[in-house]
Design a protein around this ligand. Structure first.
Ligand code: GLC
Length: 580
C-alpha cells in the first residue's frame, strides 16, 4: 500500500521514560463565552450499512446500532452522525433518497428508529441526521412526476433544459461515467441536471415549494427529537440557471464555479428561521465554500445560518502522492487562525468518502499502525473545533486491498473506472490510485471480534471484511490496556475533562520542524503543549524554558525521552503536556 512521503526508516530502539508525573486533569471552571453542547461534542460517525447487522442479510441496520449503544457510550463520544437511513434505491448508498420520511427497509423500520433514538438519549448521546437535499433520487415521487410531462406541477422541482434549445452548456458531474451533468430524458425530450450520478437529479432550490418541502421534512425529524442536521453537498444547492460558459478545464477547480452561488445564503437564513431557530438542533454543512469569506458567512453566529461547516482543504491534500507535514500544519493552522475569534469549525481526517485515516495520514504497517493511529486520534481530539471521529478509526481499521474493479461497490469508483477507460487513461495507475483512495476503503464492515466476518454479520457481508480483523477488533482491543481503542477512550475523557482542549486558543510551535507537529492550547493563563511525531524515526524537539515544569496528560508510549533541554519522541509518539 502507498505510504506517505514523510514515512522514513524503521527505528526499533527502546527507551526509558523519565520524569513523567501522573496524569492530572485540569478542572478549569472558566465561564466560556458562547459555550454550547455542539462545540463540546465528540461526534462519532456511523456508516449504518457497515456497522452491525442484526438479521443476517449482510447489511448493517438500526437494530444492530441499538445492540451497540453501550459500546458507543463507552467510547466517550457524545453525539452520533448517522449517514442517510431513508428509503433509497441505493445508487449511492442512501445519498439518493426516494422517501425522506421513511426508513430504508434494509435498515429496519420507523419503530427501530424511535427505539434507537430513545436508546441514544437515555445514554446522553445526541443524534445528527444527514439531510441530502441538493438532489433526490430519480425514484422519488417528485422526480417521477417532474419527468412525466413538461406541465406537471412538479416540473419545476428540478432543473430541466428543453432539447429544442440544443445541447445544454457543459456541466461536469462528479460521479457520471461520461462526466456529463446533463442527462437526456426522452419522455419530455429534455435534459435534467445532476451534479452527482444520473440517479441523483438536482433539486431546484429557487422554487419556494421545494424549500418548504425540505423544511417540513426537517421539522418532521426535529419533532421526533433528533439533535442536529448535517447538510449534504449543500454548498451546491443554488445554481446560476443562466448557465454561463465556464472556462476550459474548470472541472479541476469546480468548487469555485459550483459552490455558494447566489441565493444560497438566503436559503440558509430561511432554513434557520423555519427550522434551526425553533428546535435545539445543531447544523453543519458539508463544504465551507470557495474561500474564508464564504466559510465565515456560513457559520458566523450573527448571520443566523449554520453552526459549523466541514472545510475540505485538509482532506483535499493530495492523497495517493502522499502528503508532507508542513502542508498539513499550514492548512490546519490557517483555518484555526481564521476562526480564532468568530465562527466554529469541524475537525476530521476521515469519513465515508475517504480512505481510512491511518492508511492515509498515519502508517498502516503493523509496526506503526497502533502508534500512528493513537497519534492521529490525539490530534483529532486536541484541536480546536468539533471532532468528527469515523467508526473504526477508534480501532485503527485500515484500507482494504482490492485489485479488480469487480470488487468495488461504490458508484464513484465504478463510474470513474468507466470514464477513465473511455478517456484512454493509464489504467494500471488508475487502479493503483483507486486502491489507495477509494471510498470503499472507508466502508468495510466494523470489526467487532475474531469470529467469522468479524462479528459484523452471520450472513455474507455486502462489502468484504478486512482480513486483518483477527488482530484489529473491538474485543481484542478492549482487553488490551495499551490498545488504540483504550487510548481513544482516554483521549476522549481528557478532552471532556479539560475545557482548554475544546476552547483554548491554538498556536503552532516550531512551524519548520520537518517531522514534529507541535502546538499549544491556551485558556485563562493555562497552557498545554501537544507534541506529535509524524515519522517512523525518532525526532527531537527543543523544550522552550517556559515549558520546563510540566506533567504528562497523555502519552501513547510508556515514557518520554528527555535529553538535556529537548525531548526525543519515538516513532509516531504523541504526548500532551500540561505546563505548570
Ligand atoms: C456527499 C456525501 C457523499 C455522496 C455525495 C452525493 O459528498 O458525503 O457520500 O456521495 O454527497 O450525495
Amino acid at each position: 500500500m502507498k505510504r506517505s512521503t514523510i514515512r522514513l526508516a524503521i527505528c526499533l530502539s527502546f527507551f526509558v521514560g523519565t520524569s513523567c508525573k501522573q496524569n492530572q486533569p485540569q478542572t478549569a471552571n472558566t465561564l466560556i463565552e458562547n459555550a454550547t453542547w455542539w462545540k463540546e461534542a465528540i461526534v462519532y460517525q456511523i456508516y449504518p450499512r457497515s456497522f452491525k447487522d442484526s438479521d443476517g442479510d449482510g447489511i448493517g441496520d438500526l437494530k444492530g446500532i441499538i445492540e451497540k449503544l453501550d459500546y458507543i457510550k463507552s467510547l466517550g463520544v457524545t453525539a452520533v452522525w448517522l449517514n442517510p437511513i431513508y428509503t433509497s434505491p441505493n445508487a449511492d448508498n442512501g445519498y439518493d433518497v426516494s422517501d425522506y420520511r421513511d426508513i430504508m427497509a434494509e435498515f429496519g423500520t420507523m419503530e427501530d428508529f424511535d427505539n434507537m433514538l430513545e436508546g441514544m438519549h437515555q445514554r446522553d448521546i445526541k443524534l445528527v441526521m444527514d439531510i441530502v437535499v441538493n438532489h433526490s433520487s430519480d425514484e422519488h415521487e417528485w422526480f417521477k412526476q417532474s419527468r412525466s410531462s413538461r406541465d406537471n406541477p412538479y416540473r419545476n422541482y428540478y432543473h430541466w433544459w428543453p432539447a429544442e434549445k440544443g445541447k445544454p452548456p457543459y456541466r461536469y458531474s462528479l460521479f457520471d461515467a461520461k462526466g456529463d451533468a446533463w442527462q437526456y430524458d426522452s419522455i419530455t425530450d429534455a435534459f435534467y441536471l445532476h451534479y452527482f450520478a444520473k440517479q441523483q437529479p438536482d433539486l431546484n432550490w429557487s422554487n419556494p415549494k421545494v424549500r418548504q418541502e425540505v423544511y417540513d421534512i426537517m421539522k418532521f425529524w426535529a419533532e421526533k427529537g433528533v439533535d442536529g442536521f448535517r447538510l449534504d453537498a449543500f454548498q451546491f444547492a443554488a445554481k446560476d440557471t443562466t448557465y454561463p460558459k465556464f472556462p476550459d478545464g474548470f472541472e479541476k477547480d469546480f468548487i469555485q464555479y459550483y459552490a455558494m452561488q447566489d441565493g444560497l445564503h438566503s436559503y440558509l437564513k430561511e432554513m434557520n428561521e423555519e427550522v434551526f431557530s425553533k428546535y435545539d438542533v445543531m447544523s453543519v454543512a458539508e463544504g465551507a465554500g470557495r474561500n474564508f469569506e464564504d466559510a465565515h458567512n456560513l457559520v458566523d453566529a450573527d448571520r443566523k445560518e449554520l453552526n459549523m461547516a466541514y472545510a475540505f482543504e485538509g482532506v483535499d491534500i493530495p492523497k495517493y502522492e502522499g502528503y508532507d507535514l508542513s502542508t498539513m500544519k499550514e492548512i490546519f493552522t490557517k483555518w484555526d487562525q481564521e476562526f480564532a475569534k468568530e465562527g466554529w469549525l469541524s475537525i476530521f481526517l476521515a469519513n465515508h468518502d475517504q480512505a481510512r485515516m491511518v492508511s492515509r495520514w498515519g502508517n498502516d504497517d503493523p509496526k506503526f499502525r497502533s502508534a500512528s493511529t493513537k497519534l492521529l486520534n490525539t490530534f483529532m481530539l486536541s484541536m480546536r473545533g468539533t471532532p468528527y471521529c469515523y467508526y473504526g478509526d477508534e480501532l485503527g481499521m485500515t484500507n482494504i486491498d482490492f485489485d479488480s474493479i469487480s470488487q468495488y461497490q461504490d458508484i464513484a469508483a465504478i463510474n470513474g473506472y468507466q470514464k477513465a477507460l473511455s478517456e484512454g487513461e493509464d489504467m494500471e495507475l488508475f487502479m493503483e490510485k483507486l486502491n489507495f483512495s477509494s471510498r470503499d476503503n472507508g466502508r468495510t464492515p466494523m470489526q467487532w471480534n475474531e469470529t467469522e466476518n468479524a462479528g459484523f454479520t452471520s450472513g455474507t457481508p455486502w462489502l468484504p471484511v478486512n482480513e486483518n480483523y483477527i488482530d484489529i477488533n473491538v474485543d481484542e482491543e478492549n482487553s488490551n490496556p495499551k490498545s488504540v481503542l483504550n487510548h481513544f477512550k482516554k483521549m476522549a475523557e481528557l478532552r471532556k475533562q479539560n475545557p482548554i482542549l475544546i476552547y483554548g486558543s491554538y498556536e503552532l510551535v516550531e512551524p519548520e520542524h520537518p517531522t514534529i507537529y507541535a502546538y499549544t492550547r491556551n485558556l485563562d493563563g493555562k497552557l498545554v503543549l501537544v507534541l506529535l511525531n509524524f515519522s517512523e524515526e525518532k525526532s527531537e524537539i527543543t523544550l522552550d524554558k517556559k515549558w520546563g515544569n510540566h506533567t504528562v496528560l497523555i502519552n501513547n508510549y510508556s515514557g518520554l525521552d528527555y535529553i538535556d533541554k529537548s525531548i526525543k519522541l519515538m516513532p509516531y509518539q504523541a504526548v500532551i503536556l500540561n505546563i505548570d
